[in-house]
Design a protein around this ligand. Structure first.
Ligand code: TZP
Ligand code: MG
Length: 205
């Protein structure tokens, strides 16, 4: 999962989700998450199906909607603390699908790992206007503390930019997501590639 973790945002996107996802795949991201808050279920389903087709060698996850993930044969879901609980989602999805959980504290992180989550979304690292109910920002210190206490991959999200991403990666994030910084860019692929390079710099390459 190391590198840039792509999440759609149709409301902020310049080019639209389909072009953004194609750009993310061209940039070589390992994961695309379809996140679409408002909307009728059948429209979400149709769009998920379309985006899923663009992600042949890229993991395709659906935010919140286990039903839609199953129907489009997604690779898994990303769930928040108020979504379907992990256990029920796992029962519906089976043992092989990926389930990522959002956490805001160390105890949520430990509980999520214990339950069997495949990765954690740590958020919001910095303040953000992209998600209204994101809560108080955690700072990079939380990434570092969770990194010390859990072994599963950590995705950092919330207010991340090219300027602050190096500190987030240095704190131990395996991946970062910067929704507004990326989907509002004139060239989404180029913007993602700049984030991807930060990871290669960290590896000395
Ligand atoms: N989950 C926690 S913060 C957030 C999500 C989806 C929004 C992040 O958006 P941005 O534009 O990268 O701050
Ligand atoms: Mg959710």
């Amino acid at each position: 999962m190391r590198g840039y973790y792509f999440i759609t945002d149709a409301a902020l996107s310049r080019a639209g989700n389909a072009r953004d996802v194609a750009a993310a795949v061209a940039a070589g991201v390992r994961v695309v998450q379809f996140r679409q808050k408002p909307g009728q279920p059948r429209d979400l389903l149709a769009e998920a199906r379309q985006l899923r087709r663009l992600c042949r060698r890229t993991l395709f996850l659906v935010n919140d909607r286990v039903d839609i993930a199953l129907e489009v044969a997604a690779d898994g879901v990303h769930l928040g603390q108020e979504d379907l609980p992990y256990r029920e989602a796992r029962r519906l999805l089976g043992p092989d699908k990926i389930i990522g959980l959002t956490v805001h504290h160390v105890d949520e992180a430990l509980a999520a790992q214990e339950m069997g989550a495949d990765y954690l979304g740590v958020s919001p690292i910095f303040s953000t206007t992209t998600k209204a109910d994101a809560g108080a920002s955690t700072g990079v210190e939380l990434v570092a503390e969770i990194r010390r206490r859990v072994a599963i991959p950590l995705i950092a999200i919330g207010g991340i930019t090219l300027a602050n991403a190096p500190a987030v990666i240095a704190a131990g994030a395996d991946a970062v997501c910067a929704i507004s910084a990326v989907v509002t860019a004139a060239d989404v692929r180029a913007e993602i590639e700049k984030f991807q390079r930060l990871f290669r710099l960290g590896e000395g390459g």
